[in-house]
Design a binder for this molecule. Structure first.
Ligand code: ADP
Ligand code: GN1
Ligand code: MG
Length: 363
């Protein structure tokens, strides 16, 4: 599936139920997985914009099941915000294909979907201040709260064992052993770091925590913050919404929104877990999620930040050693740079874990 022909975007977007004239389409955003385009139409003199995405088929093996999840989740959420004046900005809205299905499969077996573009809001690749951290965490907590009563059946696992950290560790061990690209010597300190921390991989799985409907990819740029109010207005990137642990969501917020530098920052002296950011995340998340989290879940909030940061570092390292086939990369060694940045954050979280605990207990 990796062979991706250059798409005829105007022909593809025409497959969806959109009125007006096609104006333009450009690559959009900084996601690592799908191919995302912002598309503009002229609709009776008014501009209408859309997000068109080609789903990554190497990663999402069952796109129809994935889209079924997204349709169920967005329909459920939409029904909960009907009273809000700006309800159309608060939930992603799928534009159906001409035959009414929520996706289009092209001649090369690639799947496409279209959402209305949420105007007047943006996502941030790096956190700038605690206010943003709090707003993002509140939105993801609210997202989980609204999905707590999603009717059965269980959502499909779009990526099985996505946050099964011990399996992520085994995957790393395999690529180290194979070293198919002769890169292991370049990553010696990172491999040693990973091996030293093996013991933390099992902790959440052994804790027997409740399964919930979770987002599983709560990095900061997967939520739109309103330009005018700063509120976390719309949760994005629903490909991995599936059964999981609430702590995966909080953990990825800690990873992505406690340090105000890029995920691939090279100057590691800038990579620190900033305590006011963590405090803001905990406040924001608990303002929506406290009512459903168990005491055990609350107790693991600081640890979850360390674990998911470690796990993401493992995944970047694995992909580096395996030849960069999973995450999009922009330069040689990019995944190794990302890994180093994650592992530095793991160390910084570990140094402050006790204080993080004290803070959570007080909230
Ligand atoms: P990926 O799975 O590759 O990360 P995302 O679904 O997260 O792709 O989309 C990439 C970026 O596009 C987001 O970070 C966000 O900035 C932007 N985006 C996605 N959907 C919308 C939308 N409906 N309205 C406005 N911006 C969007
Ligand atoms: C990917 O799709 P995106 O860029 O929002 C990845 C996450 C990682 C993240 C690291 C489906 O997220 O799991 O944490 O990159 N998504 C998938 O930046 O693997
Ligand atoms: Mg994304």
């Amino acid at each position: 599936m990796s062979e991706k022909p250059k798409p005829d975007l105007s022909a593809i977007i025409r497959q969806f139920q959109i009125a007006g004239e096609f104006v333009s389409a450009e690559i959009y955003g900084s996601g690592h997985i799908n191919d995302t385009y912002r598309v503009s139409f002229n609709h009776g003199g008014k501009r209408a914009r859309y997000i068109l995405q080609r789903i990554n088929r190497d990663i999402f093996k069952q796109p129809v099941a994935l889209m079924e999840n997204i349709q169920r989740v967005t329909t459920h959420l939409a029904a909960k915000v009907t009273a809000e004046p700006d309800r159309h900005r608060r939930v992603l809205t799928l534009v159906p294909n001409r035959d009414g299905t929520p996706f289009f499969c092209d001649a090369t077996d690639h799947y496409w979907r279209t959402y209305f573009f949420v105007e007047g809001a943006r996502s941030y690749d790096a956190v700038e201040n605690p206010t943003q951290a709090e707003a993002a965490a509140k939105a993801f907590g609210q997202f989980a709260k609204l999905l707590a009563d999603l009717p059965s059946p269980r959502l499909h696992d779009t990526i099985p064992d996505f946050h099964h950290t011990p399996k992520r560790f085994v995957a790393l061990e395999k690529v180290i052993a194979a070293d198919a690209f002769n890169r292991a010597t370049l990553a010696k300190p990172e491999i040693e770091f990973a091996l030293r921390h093996k013991a933390i991989c099992r902790v959440l799985l052994d804790a027997k925590l409740p399964e919930r409907v979770t987002h599983n990819d709560t990095k900061l740029n997967n939520v739109l913050l309103d330009d005018a109010t700063g509120e976390g207005i719309c949760v994005l990137d629903l490909d991995t919404v599936m059964p999981g642990l609430a702590l995966y969501d909080f953990g990825d917020l800690v990873r992505s929104a406690t340090c105000p530098v890029a995920e691939d920052e090279l100057d590691l002296s800038k990579v620190q877990m900033e305590f006011p950011m963590f405090a803001a995340l905990a406040r924001g998340y608990l303002s929506s999620a406290a009512e459903f989290l168990t005491p055990a879940e609350k107790n693991f909030l600081p640890f979850a930040g360390k674990l998911i940061t470690f796990e993401t570092g493992l995944r970047f390292l694995t992909d580096f050693l395996a030849g960069d086939t999973y995450f999009k990369v922009q330069r040689a060694g990019h995944n190794l740079d990302r890994c180093r940045r994650q592992f530095k954050l793991v160390e910084s979280i570990a140094e402050q874990e006790a204080a993080m605990h004290q803070l959570v207990e007080k909230l």
